[in-house]
Design a binder for this molecule. Structure first.
Ligand code: NAD
Length: 435
């Protein structure tokens, strides 16, 4: 049993803390958000993540997981301190490191024993050295410490499974013995462990996210070409994905990526390149293609409905992806705002994200189920591919709609079947779907 503290109890920190506790360690999870910690002590989760509530509950009851707002309580006697605070985009696209700096200083101010500080937040290359400087300056008296980078690759919606079964663990440090100790902590996960230097580990995270975002933007560009030439991007992607050099994942054409990671990480990598006088041509195009999807979707719907002014448009899904309530940079935000700006009234339904979405989209009327949401709509747009949308009673939906128009931004339906049911259906990159 190791003593671990996790600083920042968000999507990454809470999952990290709960999973390390489940692996038999003693974890104290700390956040500066008092309400969040009070709620966690009562068993109320700050985020929606499948399986998380049960995992937290089990480990709290077993005495392996506890929550605090006190750095003194969290840091005292601990061997490992994980930093998992947010690193949102700054005004110019750079990563905003104010929370990492605050966490590093607070850890240092409360350190009494030697400590390995492990950075899980996604941070620009060079941040590990900078964190070491902050800690050194904030230490009240000299205590040994080592900084290790351990970027996180989990995906919201499948975070626990991803944490427990990673494809690899990446560790970077200038101190191999510290990286080795952190490697020991990860051994139960039975994944390959890549030990490298700090800067390389930090870069591996950005390069991985940028590559995945590129894959999606690539297939989205192919989708447009498919649409123009009468090919079906879904089948093209399936045919490509069998090639082991390509692989089937991240080849789903549609409205593109959003969320808390790809948008800010691609932008931050481009910013790092520009800072060094490089022109990140591919990264810039990857972002342009992605954000173009949202505009193109609204333009296409406008054409399908013969103008959006005065129309009512229903959105199925709001979260940036299924199985999460995360609305950060969700395509639904740009789309709903563009629809409203074009004079449409917007209805929406999402199984879990509506509470988070309400303050972000005050002009959107939210409904308790997909059917009441569809009532009186001139068209529906599929924004998030929640499983529960895959088997809707389409004949009932058709009865409720003013006109049977569907824009499927996630390509979850069979165009032939939708047409046979009497819908005017458009899938993104499915060249035959408008014919
Ligand atoms: P989040 O916004 O959900 O959580 C961050 C938490 O840190 C919040 O609860 C906040 O109150 C807390 N915090 C801020 N300053 C603090 C401080 N000084 N001391 C203690 N707590 C503090 O963020 P997240 O989505 O969990 O992301 C955390 C990091 O992990 C980011 O760098 C992100 O890029 C990276 N990451 C996220 C994901 C993901 O899917 N969300 C995946 C991989 C990596």
């Amino acid at each position: 049993m190791k003593q671990i503290c996790v600083v920042g109890v968000g999507y990454v920190g809470l999952v990290t803390g709960a999973c390390f506790a489940d692996l038999g360690n003693r974890v104290i999870a700390l956040d500066v958000n008092e309400e969040r910690i009070e709620n966690l002590k009562k068993g109320i989760m700050p985020i929606y993540e499948p399986g998380l509530e049960e995992l937290v509950d089990r480990n709290v009851k077993a005495g392996r997981l506890s929550f605090t707002t006190s750095y003194r309580e969290a840091v005292a006697g601990t061997e490992f301190a994980f930093i998992a605070v947010g690193t949102p985009s700054g005004v110019n696209g750079e990563a905003d490191l104010q929370y990492v700096a605050a966490a590093a200083s607070s850890i240092a101010e409360n350190m009494t024993d030697p400590l390995i500080i492990i950075n899980k937040s996604t941070v620009p290359v060079g941040t590990g050295d900078w964190v070491a400087d902050i800690v050194k300056r904030a230490l009240p008296k000299p205590v040994d410490f080592w900084v290790v980078s351990c970027p996180e690759f989990l995906r919201e919606g499948s975070a626990i499974g991803d944490f427990m079964n990673p494809h690899r663990t990446v560790l970077g440090s200038l101190h191999p013995e510290a990286a080795e100790k952190v490697a020991q902590l990860h051994l139960p996960l039975r994944a390959p462990i890549v030990i490298t230097d700090l800067r390389t580990a930090e870069m591996i995270k950005y390069a991985s996210n940028a590559f995945l975002a590129t894959k999606i933007s690539f297939i989205n560009e192919v989708a447009d070409i498919c649409e123009a030439l009468g090919a079906d991007v879904k089948e093209v992607a399936a045919g490509m994905g069998y090639d082991k050099r390509i692989g089937p994942m991240f080849l789903d054409a549609g409205l593109g990526w959003g969320g808390s990671c790809f948008p800010k990480d691609v932008q931050a990598l481009a910013y790092m390149a520009q800072e060094k006088g490089l022109e990140p041509k591919i990264l810039n195009d990857v972002m342009d293609v992605n954000y173009g999807r949202r505009k193109d979707a609204v333009a296409h719907l406008e054409a399908m409905t013969g103008g959006l002014k005065g129309k009512t448009i229903g959105l199925l899904g709001l979260a940036f992806k299924p199985n999460t309530d995360d609305m950060r940079d969700a395509p639904s935000i740009d789309i709903a705002q563009a629809l409203t700006a074009a004079g449409a009234k917007v209805h929406a339904y999402d199984p879990v994200a509506m509470d988070v979405a309400r303050p972000i989209l005050p002009a959107v009327e939210m409904f308790g189920d997909p059917y009441s949401m569809s009532d009186g709509c001139d068209a529906l747009m599929i924004i998030t591919e929640w499983n529960e949308f895959k088997q809707l009673d389409w004949l009932k939906v058709k009865e409720l709609l003013k006109s049977p128009v569907i824009f499927d931004g996630r390509n979850i339906y069979d165009p032939v079947m939708m047409k046979e049911m009497g819908f005017r259906y458009h899938g993104m990159g499915r060249g035959f779907s408008d014919q």
